[in-house]
Design a binder for this molecule. Sequence first.
Ligand SMILES: Nc1ncnc2c1ncn2[C@@H]1O[C@H](COP(=O)(O)OP(=O)(O)OP(=O)(O)O)[C@@H](O)[C@H]1O
Length: 319
Amino acid sequence: MITLEHLEKRYGDTYAVRDLNLAFPDASITALLGPSGCGKTTTLRMINRLIEPSGGKVLLDGQDAAALRPEALRRGIGYVIQQIGLFPHLSVAQNVATVPDLLGRDRARTNARVDELLDLVGLDPRTFRDKRPGELSGGQAQRVGVARALAADPPVLLMDEPFGALDPIARDEVQERFLGIQATLKKTVVIVSHDIDEALRMGDYVALMRAGSLEQFGTPDDLVRRPATPFVRQFLGDDANLRQLAGVPVRHFVQAGDTAGLPRLEAGTNTRTAIALLLRAGSESGGVWDGDRPLGVVSFRDLTRAEAAPAPDAPGRPA
Ligand SMILES: Nc1ncnc2c1ncn2[C@@H]1O[C@H](COP(=O)(O)OP(=O)(O)OP(=O)(O)O)[C@@H](O)[C@H]1O
């Protein structure tokens, strides 16, 4: 469990983070959400001590992070950022193996682990392990970044706007892929986002910050339906229900049917993106695929109907 107690970061007279008290539940994703400059990144980087607090504490399983050596601390904490900084002269496999190699782990075991991780993030190791970062798309590079962060099997993963640079379709796909991974690995994940849709979609919990302090902590549902303050309501916007729905993958609307000749939608594509894709294709319905497996069809009408009048119990994220 990561716990923040009266955590503070001052720069001169100004507080980037002020008296922040927060516990990140184990084996869950918590999204740190809030307007630009509210202190999300500063908070995240105080957890792995890339930034030293001016006051208060970060506790990791009850241990004061300040008492640990930063290198030892960071070994147990994966870190994924937008500019993932893959080493351009190393292959994908070597990039993923960076930390296990640094730790002097057994080569054969690391090789097997690299292949496993590439599979996990949806990159066929036979195709990708020997490629250079320059040969990858943005989404593929970001997945390599996630694989690299997972390589030493850290219990904690910190992610700072990890998917911010991707186009909406690639972002949906990588987010969905990551949720699939998390369902198996159950890491304690803290993800910084200024994107409300992303936070509501990815977070088991959301911590909404404002001016360095915590405004509300709760499940996405809590924030949407029971905003604790006018700021929360205003920040999420009047279309908060809609936003929550935008995070629902199209697989929830699939019906039996033949996908032949229909525009292809990935199972994890969110409803709003799917509507845009069908509009662009001028098609009344789309075929939904999970990788190589056709799942069925979704109709434009069902998707737009769901968007226009989200049921109070609109489906949430798949369990
Ligand atoms: N090194 C620094 N020196 C002075 N002020 C800083 C420094 N780093 C951050 N700040 C200030 O602290 C506040 C919080 O910054 P932080 O980067 O944590 O915000 P954020 O919520 O992550 O913002 P964004 O979403 O724009 O990345 C901002 O007002 C920022 O200007």
